[in-house]
Design a protein around this ligand. Structure first.
Ligand code: ADP
Ligand code: MG
Length: 301
């Protein structure tokens, strides 16, 4: 098969692993920087170009779109979709997963546990927003993923108000969320491939930070997840229309609560820590599905 990995980091662990596995299986694989792709749009002729060459005869793409290039990257994915090329994540699902509010709305509707979340714009209703989120301490987070940088724990009402005010003034969309204190500093990342969990790691912050992101110094360790956690991760993947994704969950007193679903989850920690061949599972998925009928997105939001 002719497979393109859309990635701007050829030296990135996940990109390298996917390429290595696909090559070993006898596929033609290219790593292409989606930021350097360009496209022509005209009647019945969708083309993607790269360095002067039209990318034709592509059987499958594996998008690894960075958060900061979501718009351009997902447009390139969409252009391949217009040609009928199989993709491991649809452009719609990538965009959906990059919007935390949209994700929480969908997850909640599908019956997936999420931390209670409030979204509001009215500057005058701070008190009510705080009350609806269960009072302080509470979490205020930017509506897009930030590797933990845009997530604030406000201990007091005054602090919560000040943070909200600052975000409003700057025109930043944010969500206010109950602070799940029993899970502070710890979360679980379950890697889903083909709708099934194939590896899970627990991420624990090394200092007293409430954020467990590895970008914030969190450390990953293997974890055996419960049946309920496995079902939750799989349900979240389905709700988001992402057969391949990383589902982040917190362990709360009322069961697993999903924090986010990542459409380009890193394979590094899950593979190196659990020893599982996640890249192999992804290539299996491509081999089993790329030739079949294109599945339409049926999520509806
Ligand atoms: N409601 C919450 N209660 C407790 N901890 C939280 C909550 N929301 C986020 N966290 C912590 O902060 C980290 C980052 O939050 P997340 O929503 O995943 O943002 P990002 O997209 O920036 O990673 C999480 O991994 C978790 O450890
Ligand atoms: Mg996160």
């Amino acid at each position: 098969m002719n497979i393109i990995i859309l990635s701007k980091g050829p030296g990135n662990y996940s990109t390298k692993r996917l390429k290595e596995v696909a090559l070993a299986r006898g596929h033609n694989v290219r790593v292409i920087n989606y930021n350097k792709c360009y496209m022509t749009i005209e009647k019945d002729n969708p083309v993607v170009y790269y360095k002067g060459e039209p990318l034709t005869d592509v059987d499958a793409i594996i998008p690894r779109i960075a958060q900061s290039f979501t718009k351009y990257g997902s447009s390139v994915v969409r252009q391949f979709e217009m040609q009928g090329v199989f993709t491991t994540s649809s452009s719609i699902a990538i965009n959906r997963s990059r919007d935390k509010l949209r994700s929480y709305q969908l997850l909640a509707k599908y019956g997936v546990g999420v931390p209670k979340t409030v979204f509001a714009r009215e500057t005058s209703e701070f008190d009510e927003v705080i009350e609806l989120a269960g009072g302080t301490p509470l979490i205020i987070k930017v509506a897009r993923g930030t590797h933990g940088n845009g997530v604030v724990l406000a201990e007091t009402k005054k602090a919560a108000q000040a943070v909200m005010q600052a975000f409003y003034v700057e025109g930043v969309n944010f969500l206010v969320q109950e602070f799940v204190k029993e899970s502070a500093g710890m979360d679980i990342r379950a890697l889903v491939v083909g709708g099934k969990v194939v590896a899970s790691v627990k991420r624990q912050s090394l200092d007293d930070d409430f954020r467990s992101n590895t970008h914030q110094g969190g450390e990953g360790v293997p974890v055996k997840i419960t049946d309920e956690e496995r079902k939750t991760a799989q349900k979240a993947a389905k709700a988001m229309g992402l057969p391949i994704c990383g589902v982040d969950m917190m362990r709360s007193d009322r069961g697993p609560l999903v924090l986010e679903v990542n459409s380009s989850a890193s394979l590094k920690t899950p593979e190196t820590i659990t020893g599982r061949d996640v890249a192999g599972k992804i290539i299996d998925y491509v081999e089993q599905n790329a030739r079949g009928k294109r599945r339409r997105d049926r999520v509806g939001a």
